[in-house]
Unconditional design. Structure first.
Length: 266
């Protein structure tokens, strides 16, 4: 049975990196039908860089309203937009600064078929920005070196990472570490039931709780069955907003969409 997959990539101010992501989608070795949709977040330079260069890749330019800023709230809105406009059975997100190995989608489709679930994810290969394996014994998603070292020791104890390896992922049957956005294959109908959360607070910012974390927690809370391929088919390049020293890769960046205690806006 041939499956249909929409791969969704959000991009802003990264015209070179997003082309690496596009090439990795084009390089997927699969008999399944894959549609790649690139959503350009109000960046004319990226629109110009991609114009006419990638036949078969749908490129959509989305201007911002004056009040809109970068951050997980904006990303969630764009991801949800991409899901709603898709007509395919499955959705896979690929961030513009990451890439997939050629067997990524095929291994995920095999996983959902064999396990009968609507949500599956891969393991992750952590890389430095220049593509070298990340082997430091510090967890990249931390605010300071001491916390990073302590978190790394905790992840080793839980079997999420091993010293000398750059591969991360939950052991079988364990759901301790949230799966990265770019590692998922999710049924479109599931993402319509449980969309990406568009509301982020100052508390979320303090805890570095991104849209992928909140989706993972929402799926766990509803008891949604999940499966993992156990294969590191996502090549994750460190340095994005969730693990940069300042948490900001865009001058407009704001993690929290509303202050704690405030009502969300439409």
């Amino acid at each position: 049975m041939t499956e249909t997959v929409t791969a969704i990539t959000l991009t802003r101010h990264r015209p070179d990196l997003v082309q690496r992501a596009i090439r990795s989608v084009q390089a997927q070795k699969t008999a399944h039908v894959v549609h790649h949709v690139v959503l350009i977040d109000d960046c004319p330079a990226t629109r110009d860089a991609l114009s006419g260069r990638y036949p078969g890749t749908e490129v959509i330019y989305l201007p911002r309203e004056p009040h809109e800023v970068s951050g997980p709230s904006r990303s969630s809105r764009l991801r949800n937009y991409g899901v709603r406009r898709s007509t395919d059975t499955w959705i896979a997100m690929l961030d513009d600064d990451n890439e997939w190995t050629p067997d990524h989608l095929d291994s995920l489709v095999d996983c959902v078929r064999s396990s009968g679930v609507r949500a599956a994810y891969s393991h992750v290969s952590l890389l430095t920005q220049d593509g070298q394996p990340y082997l430091e014994q510090r967890w990249p998603w931390a605010r300071d070196p001491d916390e990073a070292a302590e978190l790394y020791r905790e992840k080793v104890a839980k079997g999420i990472i091993s010293p000398g390896s750059n591969i991360t992922g939950n052991p079988p049957g364990v759901y301790d570490e949230p799966a990265d956005t770019s590692s998922w294959l999710l049924a479109r109908e599931l993402l319509l039931e449980v969309p990406y959360d568009e509301r982020f607070t100052a508390d979320d910012a303090e805890n570095l709780l991104g849209e992928d974390d909140k989706l993972f927690l929402a799926l766990l809370a509803r008891g949604e069955p999940m499966a993992c391929t156990g294969r590191p088919t996502l090549r994750y390049y460190l340095g994005g907003y969730s693990n940069s020293p300042t948490g900001r890769t865009d001058a407009t960046f704001s993690w929290a969409s509303v202050p704690d205690g405030a009502a969300p806006t439409n």
